[in-house]
Write a protein that binds this ligand. Structure first.
Ligand code: DMJ
Length: 511
C-alpha cells in the first residue's frame, strides 16, 4: 500500500486486513470512526498502564522491574528504579498526576553514584537519562499544569546532570569511542577492545539535550566526538554501500573492525538516531541527515528482500562480505518508523512508501501467528526451513527462529508512525489488534509477562519478567494512537516539536 494509491486502497484494506488476521481477530469489527470508540480504546490502554503500575508499585517499587508471575522483583538496571523512571513520560502523556508525583518523589532519592552491578552506558542513557530529560521537557512545557511545585520538576535536570557526571568517564579513551560496560565505583570497564554500532551511535540525542538544557557543552561534545567516527567510517571497506557501515568499532582507534551491515539489534538505533538528530536540530545535524539518506537509499537498493513464497512482502536482509542473510528480528521492525519519519520530514514519497512496505512486512509477522504477536526472530531463507514450519512459510512468507515475545515495542512503534504520517485508520486497527493481543496473552494478576511461543495457542509459557520498556514504549505508542493531537505527537511534515529517543521518551527539539 503506497501513498499514491492510498485513497483507492483505503476502503478495501479497512474491510479486509483485520479479517485476514490471526484467528481471534477474524471477528474483528469494521474500521472505527466514532470518537467515542477511539476514546474507549485510549481508556483501555490507560487501564493497562494503571494495572501494570499498581502491580509494580505494590510488589517491586523502587526496584527496577516487576516479576509479574511470582509477584517478585528484579534489579537488572542497577537498582535505581528503572521501571519508575521509564514510566514517567508515559504517565505524563496519560495525565496521571498521582503516578507522576510518585515517580518524581522517587527520582529525587536516587543515588546514581552507587550500584553493585555493571552499568551499561547505552541502557542507562536511553532509559534513565532519556526518561528524566523527557519528563523535564514535558513538565516544563505542555504538561506544566500536572505538577504544582516546580522544584520537583527541576530535580529531573539536576539528577540528569548527576548521572551524566557519573557516566562521562566512559568516553575517556584514546579515541573518544566509549566503553559500554562500566564499573562506576572503580572508574573501570570490562576491558572490551571494541564497542558496538548501536551503543556508540545512540547517545548523541540524550547527551546533546543534557548540554542544551544545562548550558554545559561537555556532554554534547563527548557523544558527538564518539559519533564522528561513525559518520566518517574508516577503513573505507567498512562501508560496503554508501551510508551502511560495519557493526563494531575499535575503542583505541575509532576504526571499524568489520563490515557486517544490518538494521538488526546491535546496529539498529545508530540509523534511527541519524534522522532523529536532524529532527532535533537541522542546523547542527545536517551531516547526520545526509548519512541517513545515504543509508536509506542503499537499504532500498541492497537490503530489501522479498520472500519467495510472498513476493508482496518486504523485509530487510543483512549483508556481510557479498552474502545476504535472509533473517530479521522484532527489534528490526523500528525500520518502518524510521523511513516514515525521514520520509515525512524530508518530503520524500519514496521513503514513505518503502516505510509502509516495511510496516506491512512486520504486520505480517503479527498477523500470521496464533496469538497475533510477532516473534523475536524470523527467517525467509528457503534453504533451511524446518519441516514443521513449511506451511507457515508457504502462507506467511517467513518461519520462526525464536518464538519469544518479551514485551518489545518496535512493531507497534512503526504502526504509530504509519498512522501519524498517513492518517490511514488501518494502522490504528493494527495497533489495536496488537495491543489487544498483548493485553490478552501477556496480562497477569500484577502486570504483563513475556511469552515463550507466540505461535502456540496460549502463547506458551510466561517469562517472569516485565521489561521497563512495557511502560515506556508499548503502552505509550498504543495510547498516543488513540489520544488527541498534542505537541509531543509525531507530526506529518517538518513541524515536529518533540522527537522520541529510542526508548520512546519525547524530547523537545532544539529551539
Ligand atoms: C528498548 O530498550 C529500546 O527500544 C532499544 O532501542 C531496543 N531495545 C528495547 C526494546 O526492544
Amino acid at each position: 500500500m503506497h501513498v499514491s494509491s492510498l485513497s483507492l486502497s483505503l476502503t478495501a484494506l479497512a474491510l479486509v486486513s483485520p479479517c485476514t488476521a490471526h484467528p481471534q481477530s477474524r471477528l474483528a469489527q469494521p474500521i472505527l470512526q466514532k470518537a467515542s470508540d477511539t476514546q474507549a480504546r485510549a481508556d483501555a490502554v490507560k487501564e493497562a498502564f494503571s494495572h501494570a503500575w499498581d502491580g509494580y508499585y505494590q510488589y517491586a517499587f523502587p526496584h527496577d522491574e516487576l516479576h509479574p508471575v511470582s509477584d517478585g522483583y528484579g534489579d537488572s538496571r542497577n537498582g535505581w528504579g528503572a521501571s519508575a523512571v521509564d514510566a514517567l513520560s508515559t504517565a505524563v502523556i496519560m495525565r496521571n498526576a498521582t503516578i507522576v508525583n510518585q515517580i518524581l518523589d522517587h527520582v529525587a532519592k536516587i543515588d546514581y553514584s552507587k550500584t553493585d552491578s555493571t552499568v551499561s552506558l547505552f541502557e542507562t542513557t536511553i532509559r534513565y537519562l532519556g526518561g528524566m530529560l523527557s519528563g523535564y521537557d514535558l513538565l516544563n512545557g505542555p504538561a506544566s499544569d500536572l505538577v504544582e511545585e516546580s522544584s520537583k520538576v527541576d530535580v529531573l535536570l539536576t539528577q540528569s546532570k548527576s548521572l551524566g557526571d557519573v557516566l562521562k568517564f566512559a568516553f575517556d579513551t584514546p579515541s573518544g569511542v566509549p566503553y559500554n560496560n562500566l564499573n562506576i565505583t572503580s572508574g573501570g570497564n570490562d576491558g572490551a577492545k571494541t564497542n558496538g554500532l548501536a551503543v556508540t551511535g545512540s547517545l548523541a540525542l540524550e547527551w546533546t539535550r543534557l548540554s542544551d538544557l544545562t548550558g554545559d557543552t561537555t556532554y554534547a561534545k563527548l557523544s558527538q566526538k564518539a559519533e564522528s567516527y561513525l559518520l566518517n567510517p574508516q577503513p573505507k571497506s567498512s562501508e560496503p554501500f554508501p551510508g551502511l557501515v560495519g557493526s563494531n568499532i575499535d575503542i583505541a582507534t575509532g576504526k571499524f573492525t568489520d563490515a557486517q551491515v544490518s538494521w538488526n539489534g546491535g546496529d539498529d538505533s545508530y540509523y534511527e538516531y541519524l534522522i532523529k538528530m536532524y529532527v532535533y536540530d537541522p542546523e547542527r545535524f545536517g551531516l547526520y541527515k545526509d548519512r541517513w539518506v545515504a543509508a536509506a537509499q542503499s537499504t532500498i537498493q541492497h537490503l530489501a528482500s522479498h520472500p519467495s513464497t510472498r513476493p508482496d512482502l518486504t523485509f530487510l536482509a543483512s549483508y556481510n562480505n557479498g552474502n545476504l542473510q535472509l533473517s530479521s528480528q522484532h527489534l528490526t521492525c523500528f525500520d518502518g518508523g524510521s523511513f516514515l519519519l525521514g520520509g515525512t520530514v524530508l518530503n520524500r514519497t519514496d521513503f514513505i512508501n518503502f516505510g509502509l512496505d516495511l510496516v506491512n512486512g512486520c504486520h505480517d509477522t503479527y498477523n500470521s501467528t496464533l496469538t497475533g504477536i510477532g516473534p523475536e526472530t524470523f527467517s525467509w531463507d528457503p534453504n533451511s526451513i524446518p519441516s514443521s514450519q513449511q506451511a507457515l512459510f508457504d502462507s506467511a512468507g517467513f518461519y520462526i527462529t525464536s518464538g519469544a515475545y518479551i514485551l518489545r515495542p518496535e512493531v507497534i512503534e512503526s504502526f504509530y508512525y504509519a498512522w501519524r504520517v498517513t492518517g490511514d485508520e488501518t494502522y490504528r486497527e493494527w495497533i489495536w489488534s496488537a495491543f489487544s493481543s498483548v493485553n490478552k496473552y501477556c496480562r497477569t494478576g500484577s502486570g504483563f509477562a513475556g511469552l515463550t511461543n507466540v505461535n502456540a495457542a496460549d502463547g506458551g509459557s510466561r517469562y517472569d519478567n516485565q521489561e521497563s520498556f512495557l511502560f515506556a514504549e508499548v503502552l505509550k505508542y498504543s495510547y498516543m494512537a488513540f489520544a488527541g493531537d498534542a505537541e509531543w505527537q509525531v507530526q506529518k511534515g517538518s513541524g515536529n516539536k518533540f522527537v522520541f529517543n529510542t526508548e520512546a521518551h519525547p524530547m523537545r527539539v532544539s529551539t
